[in-house]
Design a protein around this ligand. Structure first.
Ligand code: URA
Length: 248
């Protein structure tokens, strides 16, 4: 058991003094009830909400979201564009995207309020495999594929080896469809990799991260990630981290 203001401050939301102000102002709820009494004590598992949003670090939630085209991966946008959060209006927790997909990229995005989970998923040493379906301009030849798979220099840094498979060529429109599996997630990496070889990405879709895929979801829809899935994703990321450390 600990005092409510201490629990709020410990979560990193704000200082203890400011937490007391929030309580006094009637903006804090515990298990759905407004608490304005200063000595109130909370126990593990109590749901603390500020302005009707769950305090981060509590009630951790995880979603698989099918990001449609035309929305950005941030919490708000100065230009007034749609954001991924607009698809989660019913959710009380303050969730955010784990990693990002470009405005015009579709596909799998993990969303959570668990900072540790997000860091683990996004950390370069986690080496979680991400699968992308790509359509690029031009007919990609074997030599280009080989170079991309071995690694190309983007802004002076070589990309890690990856796997690429050609799944179709459209001779009439001069485009190539491919599947690329990457273990890193640098900003605009897929687009930059193909651009470095003279191929413009016309369509990009992420279909899988680790073993999580989009089966059963339509663009704009999400589902809760099951506790077992969260655990397994963490285990995969941690196992890869250890392996990378051992190989150093
Ligand atoms: N690589 C890109 O270039 N864009 C994305 O949205 C994701 C990966």
């Amino acid at each position: 058991m600990e005092r409510l203001q201490k629990a709020i401050a410990t979560s990193g939301y704000t200082s203890r003094r400011k937490a007391e102000d929030l309580i006094r102002e009637g903006r804090v709820k515990v298990n759905g009830e407004v608490i304005s009494e200063m000595g109130f004590k909370v126990k593990k598992g109590d749901l603390i909400m500020i302005d009707d949003k769950a305090l981060e670090g509590q009630n951790k939630v995880y979603y698989v979201f099918y990001k449609p085209k035309g929305c950005i991966c941030s919490l708000s946008d100065e230009l007034g564009r749609k954001t991924v959060i607009d698809y989660f209006e019913d959710i009380k927790e303050r969730i955010y995207p784990v990693g990002r997909l470009d405005y015009d990229t579709t596909g799998l995005l993990l969303m959570s309020n668990d900072g540790d989970f997000a860091n683990l998923m996004m950390h370069p040493s986690s080496h979680l495999e991400k699968v992308y379906e790509v359509t690029v301009s031009g007919l990609v030849n074997g030599d280009t594929l080989h170079k991309l798979e071995k690694g190309v220099y983007l802004e002076g840094v070589k990309t890690l080896p990856c796997k690429i498979r050609v799944v179709g060529k459209d001779i009439e429109h001069q485009t190539t469809m491919l599947i690329i599996k990457l273990v890193e997630g640098k900003n605009r990496q897929v687009k930059k990799m193909f651009e470095s070889m003279g191929h413009r990405v016309k369509r990009l879709h992420r279909s899988q991260i680790g073993y999580i895929h989009l089966k059963g979801l339509k663009p704009g829809e999400y589902r809760i990630l099951k506790p077992q899935e969260v655990k397994e994703m963490k285990n995969i990321a941690l196992a890869k981290k250890v392996k990378v450390r051992k190989n150093k």
